[in-house]
Write a protein that binds this ligand. Structure first.
Ligand code: X2X
Length: 336
């Protein structure tokens, strides 16, 4: 009996995913790993897979990018070490978590800075993004020009909706590993716990924390609705993913191949932004059908609470006047 590899893989979902993510090419001259923290069904992985296919094709098979989604190679903290050492060649990371290495990288995540996506992309494809990429380059990592979207973050909870800043007082909330996140929820009077995304589902399930915050696309694809009851549309910050490369690995690529790789990764980022925006717009109904309850708090109240707590003044001082001026110019308003 002759069984093709394809037939063999059709049996289970996980096997099928191995078929499309992470198969090793025999012939590629450069086989590079791209690691990330998101489920395979998230647009970031879907678009990265398309980019990898296009890169392979346009380089005549010389460059093969294997994708390791879903924290297969470790937590964000682990993967950041790996991309620095060269253990993985590519990695996507939130600017806020990257700030553990590049302090001012988190500036794009300041609470309630961006009113909408238009202002986000103008800033991140413009002066603010260029400033941050300059900082990242100084830390000896390579970064692609286009940042990928994570989205505007919403707050979920297993025990109560968050409707006013008071509801955040004493709230046990998971935050990603980043001083800005801890500082923001401390300013609200919450009890934030720094936990890598790899551990979030379990932390919610076992009630180590009562809530977390993420865009709807993640609440859906990572199935957080299974362990959370309420989604409060706090829209408290925008978050993205910088596409990072290990510098030595990047420079090992012949000069004529680098622009091909960069072109397809950047194009995929732009396509992924559209996917996430579309997803987030339609996901409320789906999450309601899974049993989640939604509410729409007034963002002005939260922003005012942060201002009163001295949050903006503190971070202005940390980032410095130059960086803060670039942020304020980008968002068109005075924040501190
Ligand atoms: O860790 C998170 O919550 C996530 C997936 O949104 C980030 O990568 C920042």
């Amino acid at each position: 009996m002759i069984i093709s590899r394809r037939t063999l893989l059709q049996g289970t979902t996980s096997a099928a995913l191995v078929g499309s993510f992470g198969v090793r090419a025999q012939s590629a001259e450069f086989t590079y790993k791209y690691a990330n923290n998101l489920p395979v069904t998230h647009p970031m992985n879907l678009r990265a897979k398309e980019a990898a296919d296009r890169i392979k094709q346009e380089t005549g098979g010389r460059v093969e990018i294997q994708i390791f989604p879903n924290n297969q190679l470790g937590s964000d903290t682990d993967m950041l070490s790996q991309v620095r050492s060269g253990g993985v060649e590519f990695f996507t990371l939130s600017p806020l978590i990257l700030s553990t290495l590049v302090p001012n990288a988190s500036i794009s995540g300041i609470g309630f800075a961006f009113p909408n996506y238009d202002s986000v992309w103008k800033a991140m494809d413009g002066e603010l993004g260029a400033y941050v990429r300059g900082q990242i380059t100084k830390a000896n990592l390579v970064v692609m020009d286009k940042i990928w979207d994570n989205g505007f973050r919403q707050t979920t909870s297993s025990n109560k909706p968050i409707q006013t800043p008071d509801d955040l007082k004493g709230f046990k909330i998971r935050v990603p590993v980043s001083p800005l996140w801890t500082s923001m929820f401390t300013a609200f009077g919450s009890a934030p716990a720094s936990i890598n995304f790899a551990e979030v589902y379990t932390a919610l399930q076992t009630k180590i924390v009562d809530g977390q915050e993420n865009p709807l696309a993640i609440i859906s694809t990572a199935k957080l609705f299974e362990v959370q009851k309420f989604t409060s549309m706090t829209n408290h910050m925008w978050d993205g993913f910088w596409f990072l490369a290990n510098r030595r690995a990047w420079e090992r690529l012949p000069e004529e191949l680098r622009p091909i790789v960069a072109k397809h990764l950047n194009a995929a980022a732009v396509e992924e932004r559209a996917d996430v925006a579309k997803l987030n717009a339609g996901l409320k109904d789906e999450l309601v059908s899974k049993g989640m309850q939604f509410n729409d708090p007034d963002p002005a109240l939260f922003r005012e609470a942060l201002r009163k707590a001295g949050f903006y003044a503190e971070w202005k001082k940390k980032y410095g006047d130059e960086a803060w001026a670039i942020l304020e110019k980008a968002v068109g308003t005075s924040l501190a």
